[in-house]
Design a binder for this molecule. Structure first.
Ligand SMILES: *Cc1c(COP(=O)(O)O)cnc(C)c1O
Length: 374
């Protein structure tokens, strides 16, 4: 066998759709000694994580925890726990991630009613209203708050309002919004939400913060059928994470990853949630002005743009966009994102997420783009 040596990653600046640059404080928190997942000191730290996640999500929801797996597992947690076979779910799709919601509904034995909008545009509340009129037996409305595939934010408050008026619970993907732009769980009436650690929290990937309202918990507790997934069944997970739980062994928590999340949330608390939102917005404007000078424009109307994910048109002069990204990576250590699905080859996705949303990164990115485009 070849003699393999330690892996030392190259130095990169991560300005794609996630992961984002991880704050060194988080990396050093992760390197602290591993302790037992039932150790009282660890359990006390988990309670602090819950408290800080409630702040980040702006919720009083008791059931606010981190699923021990990436954002996609948080997505599954919401769907497998809330949907039973035969349930009708309205799924609003305006990009890649809404398509994954449909997959989830169908794999749970549910019926997905699709409300489609053009990629690059927000979810249209009028279309949701029409779908709910046509399907009065729907029980859940699901949509993506911040579509990372297109750089679009949808009006979650209005969509949740419409859902509740029609007696539906709401499942919202907030993977990219958490910590990066306004997200008010309780005020907006979000019943089930999932996020990720590697986007605007600038933590290492592999955990998914989730939160469930009382109405969602009631639905889960009054299921007629067992949750199809043993690992993600919240009735079981709560035996470990629950407030008055016995802290029974369910699975071994990813101890050091949770140290990392704890530190990421301490950093967010220090900055202040609203200050973090403001920083993402002002850096977005700085990048926008710099790109304008290079002749690069956005694909999304100004009022629906995500500050943390800038979806921009690739200039006509570029013949091989993959080559440009390759050069940025190899010669400038800079990672930006490619387009997905329908938008592959047409757009770049420049992330300004969490710790990576700073002036130094913007200057580096603009300079590098200017060089390679010449
Ligand atoms: C990144 C992302 C996901 C998936 O998260 P993973 O951690 O990659 O599983 C889901 N939804 C949106 C909107 C995302 O940006």
């Amino acid at each position: 066998m070849r003699q393999v040596t330690s892996f030392n990653p190259p130095v990169r600046t991560l300005m794609g759709p996630g992961p984002s640059d991880v704050n060194p404080r988080i990396l050093s928190a992760m390197a602290r000694p591993t302790i037992g997942h039932l150790d009282p000191a660890f359990v006390a730290m988990m309670d602090e994580i819950k408290l800080m996640l409630q702040y980040a999500f702006q919720t009083k929801n008791e059931l606010t925890i981190a699923v021990s797996a990436p954002g996609s597992a948080g997505m599954e947690t919401c769907f497998v726990n809330l949907i039973e076979p035969g349930d009708k779910v309205i799924v609003c799709q305006n990009g890649v991630f809404g398509g994954r919601m449909k997959e989830n509904v169908e794999r749970c034995g549910g019926i997905a009613i699709m409300v489609e909008d053009n990629w690059g545009e927000p979810v249209d509340p009028g279309k949701l209203e029409d779908a709910l009129k046509a399907h009065t037996d729907a029980i859940i409305v699901a949509f993506v708050h911040a579509e990372t595939s297109t750089g679009v934010v949808s009006d979650a408050k209005t969509l949740c309002n419409i859902a509740h008026k029609n007696d539906c619970l709401t499942i919202v993907d907030a993977v990219t919004s958490l910590g990066g732009s306004e997200l008010l769980l309780d005020d907006w009436g979000i019943d089930a939400v999932y996020s990720g650690t590697q986007k605007c929290l600038s933590c290492t990937p592999g955990l998914s913060p989730v939160s469930f309202s009382e109405a969602a918990v009631n639905r889960i507790q009054s299921r007629k059928t067992r949750v199809q997934s043993w690992f993600l069944d919240l009735n079981l997970v709560m035996g470990y994470w629950g407030e008055n739980a016995k802290r029974a062994y369910h699975h071994t928590a990813p101890i050091n990853s949770l140290y990392a999340l704890h530190e990421a949330l301490v950093i967010l608390q220090e900055e202040g949630l609203e200050n973090a939102w403001r920083r993402h917005q002002s850096n977005h404007i700085l990048l926008r002005e710099g790109l304008k000078a290079l002749g690069i424009g956005f694909i999304v109307e100004e009022n629906a743009r995500l500050p943390q994910l800038n979806a921009v048109s690739i200039p006509d002069s570029v013949k091989d966009e993959a080559q440009i990204r390759q050069t940025l990576l190899n010669e400038y250590g800079l990672e930006i994102g490619a387009g997905l699905g329908n938008l592959a080859g047409k757009i770049w996705r420049i992330g300004l997420m969490g710790y990576a949303s700073n002036k130094k990164n913007i200057a580096h990115c603009l300079r590098a783009l200017q060089d390679v485009l010449n």
